[in-house]
Write a protein that binds this ligand. Structure first.
Ligand SMILES: [Zn+2]
Length: 469
């Protein structure tokens, strides 16, 4: 009985303090504001009420009327940036890496919005339900639902390393019914995958345009880049399949691909895709044609096709973050079974000899990002976590470093993790900068990220939906 009363008292205390806390305003004083939409603003006071930034003014003592229960944060020598995005995550990729752990790691690292770019909705459902029930413990969650793939699909769930992430679409699939069903399940966009046929891919783009739903994805292996973009593709992941588009002989390369896609040996989708990439990726990179590539990039700019290069996953083979002891330290936040497996696998993989082709792919990926940036392609920061030992949250900061290494300024890298993902979802009025009327997602840093992008890792506090984490 005693225990029960104690439990009740605890419950009461806990729920009361939570309610009071969430209704308090947060006031950050004397802080420097940095975002990619405004000049640097020094000595500012930011007031947050609920999930909204309600006022931003020069900090002159006496001019800001504080309320008794305001939570006041001393922002002297500190820097406020907008909450960050990881625009390419897979919450269900490793079943033992549960969504609660992942959400916690994102928030701890200042990532207040995530875009899940491929998950079977049946498996993602608990993560969605938790997010709805616990908004203050969950980054803003955007999801595509399954990879929309052709036959044979890549992520079928039958080969090791390829969990079930996709639906397999063929000529008999009712595409309108499929898209309507996804809309009913509140997906925020669609993700197309590599095995789709040209016809189905184009039909999917048409239907989603009618439904006002954006489509991002890997350009299917069997379609020409220009055709894919001209039919309304809104975004691309991993710079995938641009290597072929950027060669002189891309038409011939595509014909060869179509032959391979006939799959006369009937091998699984995952193996078929690898076989095609192996056959064409590195020879295409070798045949890189700058003039043609500039036309490709120009086409991305003119058609407003967003790029999520995911440099962390594209360079993981050569940069081997997993071999670094400091990186391995981040595994301690993962569930034990994942931590132990990652440690073991990281160590054994670090022993293997480096394959030259990884470095080739790294150099090409980073060169492409540099060109995108110069020409004004919209770039989103995304990582593909938790694939490749990329710990949720921590990997986004790696991505920011790699974007800077590819030629972006730190401010441009910040844009890629703030304003641009918001733009992809037409949410730039509510997110992406530190301005009155925007959602109250902020990160307070101890050091200026414009001096060194690594300073995004030096976090003083994270504010999600108006609440200090
Ligand atoms: Zn992915």
């Amino acid at each position: 009985m005693k225990n029960f009363i104690f439990f009740l008292a605890f419950l009461l205390l806990f729920s009361t303090s939570q309610d009071i806390f969430s209704s308090k305003r947060v006031v950050i004083e004397n802080v420097t504001l940095i975002d990619a939409g405004n000049p640097i603003r020094e000595e500012m006071t930011v007031i947050i009420d609920g999930d909204e930034i309600v006022s931003i003014n020069k900090s002159n003592i006496g001019t800001t009327a504080l309320l008794d229960d305001d939570v006041v944060v001393d922002g002297r020598d500190k820097f406020v940036i907008p909450g960050l995005w990881d625009a390419h995550v897979h919450l269900t990729f490793i079943p033992e890496l549960d969504y609660e752990t992942a959400y916690g790691l994102f928030l701890m690292n200042g990532i207040t919005s995530i875009r899940d770019t491929g998950a079977i909705l049946k498996k993602l459902k608990p993560a969605i339900a938790f997010a709805k029930k616990n908004p203050l413990k969950t980054p803003r969650l955007f999801y595509s639902g399954p990879l929309l793939d052709g036959t044979p699909s890549v992520y079928k769930g039958t080969e090791p390393g390829y969990p079930e992430l996709s639906v397999e679409i063929n000529e008999d699939t009712n595409l309108t019914a499929l898209v309507n069903n996804l809309i009913e399940q509140e997906v925020s966009f669609l993700k197309t995958y590599e095995m789709l046929s040209e016809e189905i891919f184009i039909n999917l783009l048409k239907i989603s345009e009618e439904k006002n739903l954006k489509v991002t994805g890997h350009i299917p292996l069997g379609i020409d880049f220009f055709k894919a973009v001209d039919n309304g593709l809104d975004g691309m992941q991993h710079i995938r399949n641009l290597e072929l588009a950027c060669t002189k002989d891309s038409t011939e390369g595509l014909s060869k691909r179509l032959l391979l896609l006939e799959n006369i040996e009937s091998i699984p989708g995952s193996a078929l895709r690898s076989k095609i990439h192996q056959a064409q990726r590195y020879s295409s990179i070798e045949d890189f044609d700058e003039d043609r590539c500039m036309k490709v990039i120009e086409h991305l700019v003119v058609n407003n096709v967003f790029q999520t290069p995911t440099l962390t996953i594209n360079t993981v083979g050569s940069k081997r973050f997993f071999a670094n002891e400091q990186w391995q330290e981040t595994y301690k936040f993962l569930p034990n079974v994942v931590k132990n497996r990652w440690l073991k696998d990281s160590k054994s993989m670090a022993q293997q000899p480096l394959n030259d082709s990884y470095k080739t792919y790294q150099d090409w990926s980073m060169k492409m990002v540099g060109l995108f940036n110069k020409q004004g392609v919209k770039i989103l920061a995304g990582t593909d976590t938790p694939i490749g030992f990329l710990t949720p949250g921590f990997s986004l900061h790696k991505e920011l470093e790699l974007l800077v290494e590819s030629g972006l300024t730190p401010l441009q890298a910040l844009r890629a993790a703030t304003i641009t993902p918001a733009e992809f979802f037409n949410l730039e009025d509510k997110m992406g900068t530190v301005e009155v009327g925007k959602f109250a997602d902020l990160v307070i840093l101890n050091n200026n990220p414009l001096n060194d992008i690594k300073h995004t890792q030096d976090i003083h506090a994270v504010i999600l939906k108006g609440r200090i984490q």
